[in-house]
Design a protein around this ligand. Sequence first.
Ligand code: BDR
Ligand code: CA
Length: 314
Amino acid sequence: MSRQRVILDTDPGVDDAAAIFMALGAPEIDLLGITVVAGNVPLGAGLENACRLVALAGRRDVPVLAGVERPLLRDQVYGRYAAIGAFSERLVGADSVTPASEHAVSFIVRQARAAARAGRPLTLCAIGPLSNIAMALRLHPEVAEGIARVVCMGGAFTALGHRTPWAEFNIYADPHAAQIVFGAGVPLVLFPLDVTMQALFTPADVVRIGATGGAPGRALAALMDEHDRSDMARYGRPGGPLHDPMTIAWLLEPGLFAGRPATVGVQVGGATSGHTFADFNDDSPRATVMTDVDEPGYIALVTDRIAALEEETQ
Ligand code: BDR
Ligand code: CA
């Protein structure tokens, strides 16, 4: 089986950390680089978090690159938990890697061009605001030929948003970037809140992640514990979601998910900026919107893959 060539574009972030660990630990994935964008936290804090997660996982071979510092047009907003900033040393340790000097956007462009030349388009996994990817596609539209798909955590269709009642954070934080990516002609696989909020990690799941023995699992469990996402009023049962790892889980085990073809759009101005909408009856759908997940299967996959990474790095 040939390994999937992936660039992970991220704004770490607690659930970004889980996705990064899963991608770093997956033998099926050839992780070309981790590109960082401002989002949950300011760019500098996100970059530092990414560098320390990579060091903790013992994968110093994977480059980490700084990208776009602010949204394309709108005022900057950070995540609801922006105060997390750089992860505390107590939770993830102080060891770090040095970020690469190349800009994340030029890295994406260079890798996508090389992929197009080689006839082996790569996968972009986008788990933060889409500013880096939009910049790459807007500056050099031909790089679309080197991108097999953008697998994106973002949007909300039937679920209410969480950053605002009408919008999911990654799209809300840079709706113009989302509009560019949605319209770029690149196949899009979208994981909106509708599906990510179907899988809730309970306190017992968090204990299991932390008990697997190695440093990444312990750090992730500590982060999940410290930044608890549970919300009984919203979910009606204990536990909280890990949104971002669904993109990596889909690459590894697509059978855990069901989706529907659609053409998607985003509101870029006015009072409901960042609101996503989908036409499920379009004759030429350009996206797959994920609608359902096998909750126990997903939670087991996340837990097992983080445990496997630990065995490799112990
Ligand atoms: C998304 O926003 C951030 O809170 C998370 O990192 C995730 O990417 C969920 O809406
Ligand atoms: Ca994220």
